[in-house]
Design a protein around this ligand. Sequence first.
Ligand SMILES: NC(=O)c1ccc[n+]([C@@H]2O[C@H](COP(=O)([O-])OP(=O)(O)OC[C@H]3O[C@@H](n4cnc5c(N)ncnc54)[C@H](O)[C@@H]3O)[C@@H](O)[C@H]2O)c1
Length: 269
Amino acid sequence: MQRVLRDGAFAGETHIVTGAAQGIGLRVAHALAAHGARVALVDLDPEKLAAAREEIRGDAVEDPIPVPCNVAEEEDVRRAVATALEAGGQINGVVNVAGITRDARIPKKSFDDFKLVVGVHLYGTFLFTREVAAQDWHVRFKNAGNAPLRDGVNRYVVNFSSVSARNGNVGQIDYTAAKGAIEAATRTTAREFAGYGARVNAISPGPINTPMLAGVGEGGIKLMAAATLTGRIGEPEEMAAVVCALADPKIFGYATGQVFQVNGGLYLA
Ligand SMILES: NC(=O)c1ccc[n+]([C@@H]2O[C@H](COP(=O)([O-])OP(=O)(O)OC[C@H]3O[C@@H](n4cnc5c(N)ncnc54)[C@H](O)[C@@H]3O)[C@@H](O)[C@H]2O)c1
């Protein structure tokens, strides 16, 4: 895979990527690992995680760690963060990518589906955010006498929103509500985590070429491509490159609490 940063940009660091078995999460995990990070691969299915690990391995300095986990389950997330922490001795970054859709217009939307979708996106993002602080970053802050951490260690969170959080999307009241909440949570987290020396940002992608988008069908994808200013849908590698830039304090060290629109001009914020 082609590196977008200098070699070894994340050497000696441990990063967690959720939704890492396919789509954007897999490309993000691959890109971080190719720049030297030890990456904990979080997703539901152990077999798909094993395949992801094999795919990434050839470009990785550190062997990726597959961590089967349902991001909406508190105990799973606690264990996943503990596993990554034990392997690396510290957590440097968390990228909350895992997501699902259960599209239906409002009158037909089941409450179970609504809760499921909000659970994966919003609860999952919250739980990883809390656990990385509770198990690692807040502990270091307390050990430093409750003084802001200015130890030069790279710490960051990147959350995933969607252009639909601001633009609306028919059939996705659960998804768009969760993404809007993630944008708001990103700002609160940035304020709370400033004391840990951590930058907290979100990416809001437009339509990206992944299995999730494939569910929309060829006709729908063509319409979305035509609605952008670039005339095409995005590639997951392009999202991975943006995550790498946000994860790198040499590039985005002065950005925190922001939502970055990366949508081909589909929506102009
Ligand atoms: N693809 C797009 O067009 C697009 C656009 C905007 C935002 N996004 C966002 O980007 C992120 C990644 O989307 P994608 O297109 O790669 O999706 P995808 O469906 O291809 O991959 C999502 C991954 O998340 C995993 N996952 C789902 N539920 C989980 C759970 N409970 N616990 C752990 N893992 C779980 C899935 O198994 C899958 O591997 C999502 O947050 C999505 O909302 C995608």
